[in-house]
Design a protein around this ligand. Structure first.
Ligand code: NAP
Length: 208
């Protein structure tokens, strides 16, 4: 029996994202997913080098990691891993998932990310392999309409339709892009993200 067919006794949430910076939308999404899908823990994994992005101004991994650590420190069922930031080369999700299933063979993995990212899943490296390994939770911003995407999956990839879940997260009206823009324009960001993260952004002079 390999790691993916072994009896799984509990569920691990894997929160993948750039988190530049992490904000309350991400935290609420993780908490809603934990409760809705009965996840025993949620592991935040900030992306090291995003394989798909041409944005050259992504903050250094050590800053994004530190912000995630500060944001989750008061929640005992949230944890953070530096595995993608420490790994050389682009952060392919398939490699992360392989490693996680070796570390926690008894856990069923639930990968949580934004619906925009989820829409691109079929272009990810070894997408078919990924889809045999995990369940997907797409955290949707308010107003997101999943119908066309689900219709596409039903037609083209009916074998995985049961593995894709949507979670509407009103708090995802908050976005990292907007926070970066606000900092640049000297507008307030208090209450959009944990205070410890806001202070860290100030201290390190990020997004100026
Ligand atoms: P992104 O393009 O920065 O984000 C897409 C959208 O989803 C944004 O609106 C973003 O909002 C939101 N989002 C991102 N992560 C989220 C999360 N965990 N929960 C709720 N909303 C989230 O996507 P990304 O962050 O670079 O990538 C997402 C994940 O997919 C990462 O783990 C990445 O490594 C993986 N990925 C893998 C491959 C591959 O293996 N080839 C390719 C693409 C993506 P905010 O801007 O507010 O966060």
């Amino acid at each position: 029996m390999n790691n993916f067919t072994k009896q799984k006794t509990s569920r691990l949430g894997v929160m993948g994202g750039t988190f530049d910076p992490i904000h309350y939308g991400h935290l609420v999404a993780a908490e809603m997913a934990r409760s809705e899908f009965k996840l025993s823990k949620v592991l935040f994994i900030p992306t090291g080098i995003p394989p798909h992005k041409d944005r050259l101004d992504i903050s250094a991994g050590e800053f994004r990691l530190e912000m995630v650590e500060r944001a989750i420190e008061d929640n005992p069922v949230f944890a953070c891993s530096a595995m993608e930031i420490e790994r050389q080369g682009p952060s392919y999700t398939v490699e992360t998932l392989r490693l996680l299933s070796k570390i926690w063979p008894e856990h069923e993995l639930y990968f949580i990310t934004g619906t925009d990212a989820l829409r691109e899943i079929f272009s990810w490296r070894e997408a078919e392999e990924i889809l045999t390994m995990i369940q997907f939770i797409g955290a949707a911003r308010p107003g997101f309409d999943a119908k066309d995407f689900l219709q596409y999956v039903r037609q083209e990839h009916p074998e995985i339709v049961d593995k894709i879940h949507y979670l509407e997260v009103p708090a995802l009206a908050i976005s990292s892009t907007d926070i970066r823009r606000r900092v640049k324009n000297k507008q307030p960001i208090r209450y959009l993200l944990p205070e410890a993260v806001r202070l860290y952004i100030e201290q390190k002079n990020l997004y100026r």
